[in-house]
Design a protein around this ligand. Structure first.
Ligand SMILES: Cc1cc2nc3c(=O)[nH]c(=O)nc-3n(C[C@H](O)[C@H](O)[C@H](O)COP(=O)(O)OP(=O)(O)OC[C@H]3O[C@@H](n4cnc5c(N)ncnc54)[C@H](O)[C@@H]3O)c2cc1C
Length: 378
């Protein structure tokens, strides 16, 4: 197995790194503190082709593949995890519309997602009482003469304030996963109300909002994929999305490790740099080892997906390991910086807060373990 990056992968990585370090990183603290959505940064990413990295060029994508996407995501996340999650969800939405949409749906939405004309895309699966178990969703879509009427609540919708299009799951039939269908709902649709931004521990520049569908009428053409086939679309999207979040976790961990390493070289105690102490060295060594393992798992999943091979289990393993390793690396980085690590003066406290959600969204660690174990035991 050879999943070493190609020249295209490396070019995309270099472009993402240059933009992330020059434009995004210097503003990350301000965006987080001010809870400012990274609109300008996202448009800049779109100009570089990074809002549709694995999307065909005839739909406006970069057509650079999944490994390139993972490498770019790592670079952006190292600069600003909030910008990275906006990029991750938008890429996921562009990819699934390309894969499951009609030609008309794809031509209407995908070029706008890739070009930045839509600042973002949103993925509206979770509900106030259905997160890990989307089969328990209560949002309904009822057929009318000309289309569908959606009623219900969605919860935790990333970029909901700025999305041009929402992929929305709703029940059109029997209870459980078979009665779920999927719809494309445009921003401004009558009967769609965007709620107040959540006040979160981390990812404070990313907007996370509830959505209320109150007699929201959409045309027949909004049905996305086959009626009753929505759950499969959600699971397929999440498999790919988990590569995005694993990559985001690798990026945050890399930033935390770099900050801790720099500090260990400079900070002195007992007449020597703290990097001379074995206790500090071991924290840095463990973080580096786990980061490399996380990257290897993530690139393996990306490589398999790019080759059209099954990658569900590998994506769950990558997301599980990378998100947990990222949290450990951020905890250690704060420890290496001592009291300064606990202040806003250094970025490691933001990394720690941003890292926390990576074991929760796009399937909690418990759900990833369930997916992996189920495939093992099958
Ligand atoms: C910042 C943020 C952004 C998000 N963005 C989006 C988005 O854009 N779109 C979207 O649709 N959703 C989004 N989510 C929702 C996210 O995917 C859910 O929060 C997540 O799936 C968990 O669901 P829950 O919060 O309802 O927790 P629950 O499902 O209620 O879980 C609570 C606890 O129970 C555990 N648990 C549940 N079931 C099992 C089980 N079978 N076995 C063992 N343990 C179990 C969980 O692991 C967790 O520890 C976002 C969430 C956050 C916080």
């Amino acid at each position: 197995m050879d999943f070493s990056p190609t020249e295209t992968d490396l070019e995309v990585q270099r472009a993402a790194r240059a933009y992330a370090q020059r434009v995004i990183a210097p503003r990350a603290h301000e965006l987080s503190e001010g809870e400012i959505f990274p609109e300008a940064e996202v448009r800049g990413l779109a100009e570089l082709g990074l809002m549709g990295v694995n999307v065909p060029s005839d739909l406006g994508g970069a057509e650079a593949g999944v490994v390139a996407y993972s490498l770019a995501m790592q670079e952006v996340a190292a600069a600003c995890a909030s910008t990275a999650v906006t990029m991750s969800v938008t890429n996921m939405v562009a990819e699934i519309i390309t894969r499951f949409g009609t030609r008309d749906q794809a031509e209407r939405h995908v070029p706008r997602l890739c070009s930045g004309e839509y600042v973002a895309g949103s993925f509206a699966l979770s509900e106030p009482e259905a997160g890990s178990d989307p089969g328990g969703m209560r949002t309904t879509a009822k057929k009318t003469a000309t289309g569908w009427v959606l009623d219900g609540q969605k919860q935790w919708i990333t970029s909901g304030t700025h999305a041009g299009v929402f992929v929305v799951w709703a029940r059109t039939g029997e209870p459980g996963t078979r009665g779920i269908s999927c719809f494309l709902v445009e921003q401004g649709a009558k009967g769609l109300r965007i709620g107040k931004r959540e006040d979160k521990l981390g990812l404070r520049a990313s907007s996370t909002v509830p959505l209320a569908f109150e007699g929201c009428e959409v045309p027949d053409a909004a049905l996305f994929g086959p009626q009753g086939g929505g759950f499969k679309i959600a699971m397929t999207a999440l498999d790919g999305g988990r590569i995005g979040i694993a990559s985001q976790a690798c990026g945050i961990a890399a930033a935390a490790l770099a900050a801790a390493t720099d500090y260990a070289r400079q900070r002195r105690a007992f007449d020597r740099p703290i990097g001379d102490f074995q206790a500090i060295q071991w924290m840095l060594a463990d973080s580096r080892t786990e980061l490399d393992a996380a990257r290897a798992l993530t690139l393996r999943a990306a490589w398999l997906k790019g080759r059209g091979q099954p990658f569900s289990r590998e994506a769950s393993m990558a997301k599980l390991f990378a998100s947990e390793a990222c949290n450990r690396a951020c905890q250690k980085a704060v420890q290496v910086l001592g009291g300064y690590g606990y202040t806003r003066e250094f970025p490691v406290e933001r990394y720690l807060r941003d890292a926390r959600v990576t074991t929760i969204y796009e399937g909690t660690s418990e759900i990833q373990r369930t997916v992996i174990a189920r495939m093992l035991l099958a």
